[in-house]
Design a protein around this ligand. Sequence first.
Ligand SMILES: [Zn+2]
Length: 359
Amino acid sequence: MMKKPALLFLSLVAMAAICSVGWAQRAEYPITVITPGKGPYTFPPGYQTPWDKIEIMVTAKMSPNLFVLHGSEGLDPAHPEASGGRAMVLFGPDGVLMVDTENRQVAEKTLKAIRSFTDAPIKVLVNTHIHGDHTGANAFFAKQGALIYSQENLRNEMLRPPRRASGQPAPAPDMAAVPVGIYNYNPAAPGQPAITFEMNGETVDFIPMMPSHTAGDTIVRFRKANVIYIEDFYRNFGYPFADQANGGSIRGMLDAVDLFEKVAGPNTTLIPGHGTLVKKNDLLAYRAMLVDILAKVTTLRNQGKTLKEVLAANLTAPYDKTTQGDTQQSKDRFITEVYDEVKDFPPVVDGKRTMPAHP
Ligand SMILES: [Zn+2]
């Protein structure tokens, strides 16, 4: 009777040995630790995000010293699939380089997550765009020692926030949060890095983008890991969002997708701010949808249809099945942006556009 458990024990030891050898051989990046949730999510009226419940976790490892951070699912109605906007952390003897910061309310938790794998000083922070889920903890990380980099348009958006459709005045900017390392998008050389960092054995390119999600977008390429953080001009949770008041453009998103022919290889892992990780071929269906909706809205607007009538036409219907997070609010926001863009689209001035108000 003693034989069986002993054999079982031995075979478990053997299996564990095989698994660990297999793991060593398979230590292939990227490693997804936690995938974003799929929903659908519902929040009662008046729901407030319980920031104290949100955790910031390592959700993917792109190389031994390049990690991705993201928040809990199902708690933040702005980003139910995973709270906040992804942040990236390159670490090692040269210090920490961060891409975006997560929300202000979870700054301490974001730092704690970083301190779970590195004690290196925080040195460089690049902002991919101005939204609070990407820049909210800027001042906090500047106090930790980070020099903040971004496009000049982002700095301008932060210094002089656009008037929002709600008419609410924007609060005065916190100067500690404002980027100090400034560069511009050069329309004559799309895809050209504005700044390149050699840090921790990695080569990191800050590549300024054409006005797309906002007028101050930057994508961040890690050459050795073969990874690009592509921020929010592309998304696969909810419909496209061009923040036109901050200079964004739906047509600019087409140019942004096309740029990937040049800046990414077929196997480059692309990391959007939200949703799942993709390759550049995955951007094509998104591009086709943008082209289709632009054409349909142009036709309707040229026929003199009002925004209300265009919204009622439910143009996104063919895409609802394949679009996660396809809430009515997400659809209406997208169609309204396209409607505003196809005629009398205001130009970018200091990173902003004066968009029409819709009652
Ligand atoms: Zn955003």
